[in-house]
Design a protein around this ligand. Structure first.
Ligand code: ADP
Ligand code: MG
Length: 340
């Protein structure tokens, strides 16, 4: 069984956004946090100090949210044995926001699916195709409605475990961007794995151009979107997956209703919006929902844009961003299905 973690998206982003600029007045930092490579590029006079604060924020959040650090808020909740845990404001905020999106998406994104994520092997690397009995046993310990947040006190039933993988990078990008703006930065691009957070615009006044990986050929990009002050977040089945002994592909996003890795004909969903946290939660949720439900959701929530790519190579894109999106292949643009 294989595990794939290509760096392609990040490299492409570096080529598009980071390198090759002629502006000397910038600071850049690469770090490994939240189980992914991150690259932060900040422009302007105050860029070095602002960059330090932003990267400290990401490290601080990792210490709160990590499932592998015993002292993290999430580990303490998971070890509470049905009791309560006192957590940092930021942890309770993110858990509450995750719950709101669970409700809005009818449970498609659910931070209690962790027992399933682990048993399928996605956190340990010991992959195994689970049978129905095992899955049903684990599903009893899931369900976002059972998480209670009261101020800074979080309570989950015994046997439940939380994991913020679907939201943590988006939240970290959002908070880092807030710090940069507070420091007077009007131009920065933050790449946190598949999550891109743009602050302001490029130093030359043009919009940031963010590459979307072709999920069917992850060494290539399928298109670039133009954004100012937005998050661009992708969930897909092409980065973290394994091939089972049955020859089937199992990806790291679990359908909370069935307990199975999502297999609904989607290859990736990219969500563009103002909040990194919302986009991260939503990209996971829309990927779980599948094409029809995702399109319906996005029509009803016009504050988000979406690029959905199916396993058979179709591209479905919201009208709002269509004209400014540059496709790698003109044929693709001609064939793209535009959501009105
Ligand atoms: P990535 O981590 O690649 O950016 P996502 O934001 O879509 O991708 O989050 C997927 C991660 O979230 C998984 O690796 C897993 O830890 C967790 N997860 C999987 N399925 C769900 C789900 N339905 N709801 C919430 N979290 C999930
Ligand atoms: Mg997500």
């Amino acid at each position: 069984m294989k595990r794939f973690l290509p760096m392609v998206g990040i490299i492409i982003l570096s080529l598009l956004c980071g390198c090759g600029n002629t502006d000397e007045n910038y600071s850049e930092k690469e770090l490994f946090a939240m189980d992914t490579y991150m690259k932060l590029t900040v422009y302007g006079d105050n860029s070095e100090a602002a960059l330090d604060l932003a990267s400290e924020k990401i490290s601080e959040l990792e210490k709160l949210f990590s499932i592998t650090i015993d002292s993290s808020d999430i580990s303490r909740i998971n070890c509470s044995g049905g009791g309560s845990a006192e957590v940092d404001n930021q942890t309770s905020e993110l858990i509450s926001r995750s719950k709101q999106f669970s409700e809005r998406t009818y449970g498609a994104v659910d931070i209690t699916v962790y027992p399933l994520v682990r048993e399928w092997g996605f956190t340990t690397g010991k992959y195994s195709v689970l049978g129905p009995e095992k899955i049903n046993g684990l599903l009893k310990f899931t369900g976002w409605e059972s998480i209670s947040v009261s101020g800074n006190t979080v309570t989950v039933p015994e046997g439940f475990e939380l994991e913020l993988g679907a939201a943590a990078k988006g939240y970290a990008g959002e908070k880092a961007a807030d710090i940069l703006r507070d420091m007077g930065i009007s131009s920065a691009i933050l790449s946190l794995g598949g999550n891109i957070q743009a602050v302001g615009e490029k130093p030359d006044g043009s919009p940031w151009r963010v590459a979307v990986t072709n999920p069917l050929s992850p060494s290539e990009i399928i298109c670039t979107v133009s954004v100012r002050d937005k998050a661009v977040v992708t969930s897909g089945n092409y980065q973290r997956f394994f091939i089972g002994e049955d020859g089937r592909k199992y990806c790291h996003i679990i359908d909370p209703k069935t307990g199975f890795p999502v297999d609904n004909g989607l290859a990736s969903v990219t969500v563009i919006g103002d909040s990194g946290t919302d986009c991260d939660l939503l990209s996971t949720a829309l990927f779980v929902m599948g094409e029809d439900e995702a399109v319906r959701f996005i029509k009803e929530n016009s504050d988000f844009d979406m690029i959905l790519i199916t396993e058979d190579g179709r591209v479905v894109i919201t009208e709002n961003i269509f004209s400014d999106t540059v496709f790698s292949d003109i044929e693709l643009k001609n064939k793209a299905e535009v959501i009105k």
